[in-house]
Design a protein around this ligand. Structure first.
Ligand code: ADP
Ligand code: MG
Length: 604
C-alpha cells in the first residue's frame, strides 16, 4: 500500500486551531484586548459593528511591531512572549501560545496597522483566509490597530451558528468587562455601531468596578486585603444583602488574568456561611497574586482555567480573608434576608409609646402586633402525595415500619391528639409530646421531606410531572447545556420533560409537580452549580446530588410564616420519613427537651 499520511497545509491547520480559539466574536475581542495589554498600551479602543459580526477593531497605543513582525505575527506559533518551554512556568503576559492572530486571520478579513515609537512609518497588512492580500508602509500613529471583518466568512456553518446580536454583544461585553476590571489603570473605550457603550478612564480598582457596574455598586463593596508569602488578595466582596439570584458578578483574577474556578468560588461562598439566603450568590471582585511559577495556565486553550500548586492553602486563606473582612466591616449582623419589617413593629411601637421627649406620636389605633398575618401564598410549594391531611393520623397505627419507630417519640395517641404546633420566629415549630417538647427546624425538616420524596421519584421512575401550557426556553452556557443533557434521564425521572436542546438553550415542557414554573431556572442553576462543586468519589451519584439540590432550593425557608395546617402537615411529613432526625446535609432536624430537662431549668 502507498503512503497516505501528509502534513496539513498551514491554512487548514490554522482553521482547525481557530475552531478552538475562536468560538464567537467575543473570543476575538478577548484575544485582541489581551494583545494590546501585552504590548503595554495605556489607552485601548474597541469598535464593533453588528455585535462584532461585521467588524471588531482594537486600537492601542502600545509598543507596535516592526515591519517583519507585522508579517510574522500571523504565522502559527509565532510569539514574542516565550522562547523555551520553561518560560511557560513563569508567564507574566496574557498570551504565549502564538496562535490567536494566525487563527483569526484564517477565518476573517484582517487589516493590521502598526508602528513602533522610534519609526517614521508603520506597516499595513491585509490578510484574508490566511492569504496576504497586501503589505505597505503607511503613516500611522504609534501602536497597533487590528480590524477583523466578516468573521467566519469562509465557514458558513460557524457563521450561521452565531446567535442574535443581543446575545453576541452580551458575550463581548462580558469579555470587555473582565479585561477592564483586571486593568483599572488602563483606559478603555467601547463603541458599538458608532454608539459609545463604555468610556472607562484610568483609575483605581474601586472606581473601575463602579464605572463598569454603575454607581449603586459603591455602597455594596466591602474591601478585602491580605498579604502573605504565597498569596496576596485584594478586592471587594459585595455585602451579603446584595447577593444575586443568579451567578453573575463573580470575578477572580489571578495575576491580572480573569479565571473561572468553582473551587475558589466555593471558598468565598463558604466564607459567607450563614449570611446568605439559600440560592443566593455573593458578588465578588477578587484579585489574587501568586508567584508565576506556582500556577499552570497552559491547561485550556482560552486560558480561563488554571492549575494552582497550592490549591488547598489558597482555599483556606481566601476563605479566612473574606470571612475576616465581612466580620471587620460589621457586615455579619445583617443576616436576615427575609426580614419582614412588620416583625419589628411591636418593639418599636412600645419604645415610642414610652418616649416622653417626642410628644406627638401617631399610632395606628387598629394596629395589633399579635394579629395573625395571612400566610403568603405558595410559600409551601410541596405537598406530599401520600400526605395524610389530619394531624391525628400521624399517631394512629400504620403499616409502615419506620413510621412506627418514629412514633415511639409520641407514645400516647390519645394525649397527642389534642396537641397543636406553634411557630417560633418563623423558624422553628414547637410541639408538645408526652415526654416533653420537640423543637423542629422548619427549613431543615422540609429539606428532609423533599429529599426523600425526590429520591423516591427519581429512583422508582414514577414522578408526577405537570405539563406546562407554554413551554419555557431557558438559556445556559454550552457547558451547562451539556451537563443538563448528561443528566437528562435523571431529570426526566424527577418529573422534567424536555423539548428542544440547542447549544445554549433548552426548552422545557414539563416539570415536577412540586416545582412552580417561576422556580425552574433557579432550581436548574442551583443543580448545575451543586454538580460543579461536588467532588466525585466512589459513592458519587447524580440521583443523590439532584435530590439534595432540589430539596435545598425548594424547601421552605426560615422567615416563612406557616399556617397551622402547613405546620401540622410538615410535622406529619417529617415523621413519615425514613430518617426524620437529620437533614440531607447531616444537620439535626429537631431536638427534644424532656420534662426532666425542663424541670432542671428551674431547679436552681
Ligand atoms: P501571543 O499573544 O500568544 O503571542 P498572538 O497570535 O496573539 O500570540 O500574537 C502574536 C504576536 O504578535 C505577539 O506575540 C506579539 O509579539 C505580536 N502582537 C500581537 N498583537 C500586538 C499588538 N497589539 N501590539 C504589539 N504586538 C502585537
Ligand atoms: Mg495573543
Amino acid at each position: 500500500m502507498s503512503d497516505i499520511i501528509q502534513l496539513l497545509p498551514d491554512h487548514v491547520a490554522n482553521q482547525i486551531a481557530a475552531g478552538e480559539v475562536v468560538q464567537r466574536p467575543a473570543s476575538v475581542v478577548k484575544e485582541l484586548l489581551e494583545n494590546a495589554i501585552d504590548a503595554g498600551a495605556t489607552n485601548i479602543k474597541l469598535l464593533l459593528k453588528d455585535a462584532g459580526k461585521t467588524l471588531i477593531q482594537v486600537i492601542d497605543d502600545g509598543k507596535g511591531m516592526s515591519a517583519t513582525d507585522a508579517r510574522m505575527c500571523f504565522e502559527r506559533h509565532a510569539t514574542s512572549k516565550i522562547q523555551k518551554a520553561e518560560d511557560l512556568f513563569n508567564l507574566c503576559t496574557k498570551g504565549f501560545r502564538g496562535e490567536a492572530l494566525a487563527s483569526i486571520a484564517a477565518i476573517a478579513h484582517v487589516e493590521l496597522k502598526t508602528k513602533e515609537d522610534n519609526e517614521e512609518l508603520g506597516s499595513s497588512i491585509k490578510i484574508e483566509g490566511s492569504k496576504i492580500v497586501s503589505q505597505d508602509f503607511v503613516s500611522t500613529s504609534k501602536g497597533t490597530s487590528l480590524a477583523v471583518k466578516n468573521l467566519f466568512y469562509n465557514i458558513p456553518a460557524r457563521r450561521n451558528f452565531l446567535k442574535s446580536d443581543t446575545v453576541e454583544t452580551r458575550h463581548i461585553v462580558d469579555e470587555f468587562q473582565r479585561v477592564a476590571l483586571a486593568h483599572p489603570n488602563i483606559s478603555f473605550l467601547l463603541h458599538h455601531n458608532n454608539n459609545e457603550v463604555y468610556h472607562l478612564k484610568s483609575s483605581n480598582l474601586r472606581k473601575r468596578i463602579v464605572a463598569v457596574f454603575g454607581s449603586k455598586m459603591n455602597e455594596k463593596l466591602v474591601p478585602i486585603d491580605e498579604q502573605t508569602d504565597i498569596l496576596n488578595i485584594e478586592g471587594f466582596v459585595a455585602k451579603p444583602e446584595f447577593s444575586k439570584r443568579k451567578r453573575g458578578e463573580q470575578f477572580f483574577f489571578v495575576n491580572d488574568r480573569f479565571i473561572k474556578s468553582s473551587y475558589l468560588n466555593h471558598a468565598v461562598v463558604n466564607a459567607f456561611d450563614g449570611l446568605l439566603e439559600q440560592g443566593a450568590h455573593p458578588s465578588y471582585f477578587l484579585y489574587l497574586k501568586v508567584p508565576a511559577n506556582t500556577i499552570d495556565i497552559n491547561i485550556h486553550p482560552t486560558k480561563t482555567e488554571i492549575k494552582f500548586d497550592n490549591e488547598k492553602a489558597l482555599y483556606a486563606m481566601l476563605r479566612a480573608t473574606v470571612k475576616h473582612s465581612l466580620g471587620q466591616y460589621n457586615v455579619a449582623p445583617v443576616l436576615d434576608f427575609n426580614r419582614d419589617a412588620t416583625l419589628d413593629t411591636p418593639y418599636d411601637f412600645n419604645a415610642k409609646q414610652k418616649s416622653t421627649s417626642v410628644p406627638k406620636i401617631s399610632i395606628d389605633p387598629n394596629f395589633n402586633p399579635f394579629k395573625e398575618e395571612e400566610p403568603k401564598k405558595n410559600n409551601f410549594p410541596f405537598k406530599r402525595e401520600k400526605q395524610t391531611d389530619s394531624w391525628e393520623s400521624l399517631y394512629t397505627s400504620t403499616t409502615v415500619s419506620h413510621k412506627e419507630n418514629n412514633q415511639e417519640l409520641f407514645n400516647n395517641q390519645e394525649e397527642v391528639k389534642t396537641q397543636k404546633t406553634f411557630q417560633i420566629q418563623r423558624k422553628y415549630l414547637l410541639s408538645s409530646i408526652k415526654s416533653g417538647v420537640v423543637l423542629i427546624n422548619q427549613s431543615l425538616a422540609h429539606q428532609r421531606v423533599l429529599y426523600e420524596s425526590f429520591l423516591e421519584s427519581i429512583t422508582v421512575k414514577e414522578a408526577n410531572s405537570q405539563q406546562l401550557l407554554f413551554p419555557v426556553k431557558i438559556s445556559f452556557s454550552s457547558a451547562e447545556i451539556e451537563m443538563i443533557y448528561t443528566i437528562k434521564t435523571e431529570l426526566e425521572n424527577a418529573g422534567f420533560s424536555f423539548d428542544e436542546f440547542t447549544k445554549d438553550s433548552v426548552t422545557i415542557k414539563g416539570i415536577p409537580v412540586s416545582v412552580t414554573e417561576s422556580k425552574i431556572t433557579i432550581i436548574l442553576e442551583e443543580l448545575l452549580s451543586d454538580i460543579d462543586l461536588e467532588v466525585p468519589d466512589a459513592s458519587f451519584s447524580y440521583f443523590d446530588i439532584m435530590a439534595k439540590s432540589f430539596a435545598k432550593t425548594l424547601s421552605i425557608k426560615t422567615g416563612t410564616l406557616l399556617s397551622e395546617k402547613e405546620q401540622e402537615g410538615l410535622v406529619n411529613d417529617l415523621f413519615s420519613c425514613k430518617e426524620p432526625t437529620i437533614s440531607p446535609f447531616g444537620k439535626s432536624t429537631f431536638k427534644t427537651l424532656t420534662l426532666n430537662e425542663i424541670d432542671n431549668l428551674f431547679n436552681n
